[in-house]
Design a protein around this ligand. Structure first.
Ligand code: ADP
Ligand code: ADP
Length: 233
């Protein structure tokens, strides 16, 4: 069942009157519950692709269906709702609010939901419990380790109960032991039914996923199952 379907997507920037393509004619489909790595050299379009998949950015050309909706036809408000309901983002540098507690950070995506503050708190506490940080709810980010900060960020991504998790180098700032712990958490979230898509430059992480998509100069250069993925399929 496709949840993400890109057809002939291009994204370009105007530079000195010329079109510079960050993505050029990319077509791909990602099914529900896939576990995908996006790899490629710096500047190859990985972040641009993630931003388009996550509705943070729109393509100049091509069609995009997310959860059976045509993204190009959505208004800004509908796009924001789509993003909030379908997608959870996890970043390399965590992007937590420094003066807000772990709990307040995790509650943040729920601010626009028409639910009570106590419901928001309960959902955020449940998400913190899910990532093993129930006892750190009142800590500030700078009172937490890098791995714990990334767990808070994952709880924040989970709190809206999205089907799709998008990680842009989510272990890029973590040591190898913490990287393994965070990948074990992504494994669990995948096993629980999430569609997981991770940008990485680490071969080990790419091999760990079930499918690898490689971009070179904004174009699809490889799209194949890993050994782990072949065992699954
Ligand atoms: P990656 O994530 O693989 O490093 P990006 O998607 O960030 O690649 O960028 C792809 C290309 O598009 C790069 O050459 C980058 O410099 C360019 N690019 C990205 N964002 C912009 C922008 N806002 N304006 C102009 N060029 C951009
Ligand atoms: P990342 O670390 O995710 O690759 P970058 O450091 O490449 O991100 O880019 C940071 C921001 O600058 C992004 O919003 C990106 O779109 C923008 N950007 C990247 N390259 C360019 C560029 N050549 N010109 C203008 N903006 C750019």
């Amino acid at each position: 069942l496709p949840v993400i379907s890109l057809q002939h997507i291009s994204k370009y920037y105007q530079m000195a009157g010329e079109h510079f393509y960050a993505l050029k004619d990319v077509s791909l489909t990602i099914n529900k519950n896939e576990y995908v790595a996006i790899i490629g050299p710096s500047g190859s379009g990985k972040s641009t692709l993630m931003n388009i998949i996550g509705c943070l950015d729109t393509p100049n050309e091509g069609q995009y269906q997310l959860a059976n909706q045509n993204v190009a036809n959505l208004s800004e408000a509908e796009l924001a709702t789509m993003r909030n309901q379908q997608v959870g983002f996890i970043f390399q540098s965590f992007n937590l609010l420094p003066r807000a507690t772990a709990l307040a950070n995790v509650m943040q995506p729920l601010v626009y939901r028409l639910i009570s503050n106590s419901d928001r708190q309960n959902m955020a506490k449940e998400a913190l419990r899910r990532v093993g940080l129930a006892d750190k709810a009142q800590h500030l980010p700078n009172q937490l380790s890098g791995g714990q900060r990334q767990r808070v960020a994952i709880a924040r991504a989970l709190v809206t109960r999205p089907g799709i998790l998008l990680g842009d180098e989510p272990t890029g700032n973590l040591d190898s032991k913490t990287t393994r712990e965070i990948m074990a958490l992504f494994d669990e979230l995948h096993q629980e039914g999430h569609t997981v898509i991770l940008v990485t430059h680490e071969q080990e992480i790419a091999d760990h996923c079930h499918r690898v998509i490689r971009l070179v100069d904004g174009q699809l250069a490889q799209d194949s199952l890993t050994t782990a993925g072949e065992k699954q399929h």
